[in-house]
Design a binder for this molecule. Structure first.
Ligand code: ATP
Ligand code: FE
Length: 371
């Protein structure tokens, strides 16, 4: 059973084809980073217009040499790369939510039109469920329920307990901003150059270089709200601001030392709260043997190392999808839709998007926002 999937919930325009035997036939991602780097972040209207161009016409992207390239539209390219036509496709999937209101409509409308025109079943997918289920697509020994998920991305920082594909309990979420958003702001504050993959990989690359001993800074205290299953990232963000201020401006700030201390503190917080979530499961008679770590920030290799080291005593298997499948992609959307297609279940062609949609409401999605 082959599914073509479309994703446009934030800044990447994606199309992919996957099948029920865990084969990835194609994975096309049109990034908008060159557009958003100018604004130091995603500008919703610019993102919407770029999705409209990329999904339906052609993509224009900066290559490694920073020259312009013109490529076929993402849907066409997903079929061409797989050497398939719509006749070979059995179902169409798209990201229904959560995400940026206007952006979501681009993949939704394209998928609905494609499905209706070719009389294929259609499934709308929860973006964060898709980030989490990627591990079941890529892992050599797919994790079995129940498992814990640490989802760390541009809009979310969550620890979730999944007991079935439909039943997810949110154990921890951020009291303020998501870790990815804090990372992106610190990259802007410290004027760290983005890579072609965006601000987060820019921070990772910048922090990979060592700093002289005399410049090393003490890691800002990571234990926020001790004993509580909640994250907070505004504190360490302000610590970066204060450090720049105290140094008398960015030109006098040991930028790499500050970036490394920030990154270390943010990751220490993730590991300490994950351990807390483990204890919660044990106290609630829930025997969890797997932890899935996904979302854009999970592509960071230092975070992977820190989690592996810190969780070593807990006899638990950590599953990280391939870094390229942790950030937004349509492969995960096609895969997350697969269990519904396999059950013979699908949505109406008139289905609406859900910019706000809790992972706890997969069975009963909220009504679409009032017009
Ligand atoms: P959400 O999934 O919450 O809706 P999103 O889809 O915009 O948000 P993702 O693409 O899942 O976000 O993740 C993007 C975030 O991950 C950005 O904040 C980005 O900076 C961060 N990120 C990506 N790669 C890395 C990395 N190597 N190190 C740290 N952060 C990273
Ligand atoms: Fe995402």
């Amino acid at each position: 059973f082959k599914v073509i999937a479309l994703e446009s919930s934030a800044d990447d325009t994606c199309a992919a084809i996957v099948d029920n035997h865990r084969n990835i036939w194609s994975n096309v991602i049109a990034r908008q980073n060159s557009l958003h780097e100018i604004n130091n972040g995603i500008h919703p209207l610019h993102a919407l217009h770029a999705h409209q161009r990329n999904m339906a016409r052609h993509i224009i992207l900066w290559s490694a040499t920073r020259s312009l390239q013109v490529k076929p539209m993402v849907v066409r390219k997903a079929l061409d790369d797989a050497n398939l036509t719509m006749n070979d496709i059995n179902g169409v999937a798209f990201t229904r939510g959560p995400g940026i209101t206007g952006c979501l409509t681009v993949a939704a409308n394209a998928a609905k039109t494609l499905a209706a025109a070719t009389a294929k079943p259609l499934v709308g997918v929860h973006h964060m469920q898709a980030h989490a289920l990627t591990a079941q697509l890529t892992s050599s020994s797919p994790p079995e329920f129940p498992f814990l998920c640490l989802l760390v991305s541009g809009g979310h920082t969550m620890i979730v307990l999944a007991t079935t594909v439909w039943d997810w309990k949110i154990l921890a979420t951020s009291a303020d901003r998501a870790i990815g958003s804090a990372i992106d702001r610190v990259v802007t504050l410290l004027q760290i150059p983005w890579t072609e993959l965006g601000p987060g990989p820019g921070l990772e690359r910048f922090c990979a270089e060592p700093v002289p001993d005399e410049e090393v800074l003490e890691t800002p205290p990571p234990i926020i709200m001790p004993g509580q299953l909640a994250f907070s990232f505004t504190g360490i963000h302000s610590w970066v601001e204060r450090t720049i201020h105290k140094a008398g401006g960015l030109q006098n700030t040991p930028k790499r030392a500050v970036a490394r201390a920030f990154q270390e503190s943010a990751f220490q917080q993730l590991t300490s709260k994950l351990i807390l979530a483990f204890k919660w499961c044990q106290n609630h008679d829930c025997h969890v043997q797997n932890v899935i770590v996904s979302g854009g920030v999970a592509s960071n290799l230092l975070l992977r190392k820190r989690l592996k080291d810190q969780l070593a005593p807990w006899s638990v298997a950590l599953d990280f999808p391939d870094p390229s499948l942790c950030t937004d992609n349509a492969v995960m959307i096609g895969w997350a839709a697969m269990h519904r297609f396999m059950a013979g279940d699908h949505d109406e062609y008139s289905i609406g998007t859900l910019p706000v949609w809790s992972l706890e409401d997969l069975r009963n999605p909220p009504p679409p926002p009032a017009v």
